[in-house]
Design a binder for this molecule. Structure first.
Ligand SMILES: Cc1cc2nc3c(=O)[nH]c(=O)nc-3n(C[C@H](O)[C@H](O)[C@H](O)COP(=O)(O)O)c2cc1C
Length: 265
């Protein structure tokens, strides 16, 4: 598994842990079998999500579980026409949810406290991300395939209106869930070498461009094997991070969050 992940031998033995072995086998799945995801599996995923740590036990997230075909189709359109959202039997939208805490403060006659600060939104986004990834680890261990959908932030107000989100609830990302289709051919995508992302004691960029060069060719091999154009990694970074337009609407996220009731002070 590690060889598949990094393309080179490593110190770690995946047999140390079934969790590690399952995590090393992750790949985003974008084709699913149509069978519904059993309610018990959703319950297990949410139990895993709620087992994640949460800042000050505030639990500033909610998840919307969607199985209705027409709603999934509308959300797929809002995400730039991503067909896997339509196809997945279950689509989860993970939200930063400050509204529960706000309702509690209001009933107590208190003002917004500190929920109108940027840090509250960030805390909620961190909590939701930790929760979602815990759910993913469980779903994958149970044999389900997933893909995250950041494009839920392309049109946050329209997604909020589709899901009846109250003020102070913002969609962060979606998660398409289903049994992998037998024809789905995604394999494990190699990440950057650890030397690039792990800094010992202090941050260092020594040797990173040599590592980028090696990684470009590792990723080009992966892309070729997947039937994609073998461009490597840096051109992908330049394409995705190189212009505001590449954000497909998310370049106005700050304004959208303000409209959804997050002052982000
Ligand atoms: C927050 C987040 C948002 C993402 N958004 C999308 C998306 O909108 N559409 C998509 O097809 N993949 C999306 N992905 C999947 C990434 O492209 C994928 O995780 C990455 O290329 C690594 O590949 P892997 O998951 O197969 O290892 C997203 C991943 C994350 C973590």
């Amino acid at each position: 598994l590690l060889l598949e992940r990094y393309g080179e031998p490593a110190l770690v033995d995946p047999a140390w842990s079934e969790v590690l072995a399952s995590q090393l086998g992750h790949r985003s799945v974008r084709r699913y079998r149509p069978d519904p995801v059993p309610e018990a599996v959703l319950e297990a995923a949410v139990a895993a999500a709620q087992s994640a740590p949460t800042s000050s036990n505030l639990q500033l997230w909610s998840v919307i579980a969607i199985t209705d075909a027409s709603r999934k189709a509308r959300l797929a359109d809002l995400a730039g026409g991503q067909d896997h959202i339509r196809q997945a039997p279950l689509f989860l939208v993970w939200t930063a949810d400050l509204s529960r805490a706000d309702r509690i403060l209001k009933v107590r006659g208190a003002g917004p406290g500190n929920l109108d600060y940027l840090d509250a939104f960030l805390t909620a986004a961190i909590d939701a991300s930790l929760a979602a990834q815990n759910a993913v680890v469980t779903l994958e261990a149970l044999g389900f395939g997933i893909v995250y959908i950041g494009a839920m932030r392309n049109h946050p107000e329209k997604v909020a209106s589709e899901l009846d989100l109250p003020p102070l609830v913002a969609p962060l990302f979606g998660l398409a869930v289903g049994r992998p289709h037998p024809d789905q051919s995604a394999s494990v995508k190699p990440p950057l070498p650890q030397s690039v992302v792990v800094h010992r004691e202090t941050y260092s960029t020594d040797g990173e461009f040599e590592a980028f060069g090696r990684y470009d060719s590792v990723l080009a091999d992966f892309q070729r094997a997947q039937g994609q154009s073998p461009v490597g990694w840096r051109p992908v970074v330049a394409d995705r991070a190189g212009s505001p337009e590449a954000l497909h609407g998310r370049e106005r996220l700050r304004g959208a969050l303000l409209a959804l009731g997050f002052p982000l002070k």
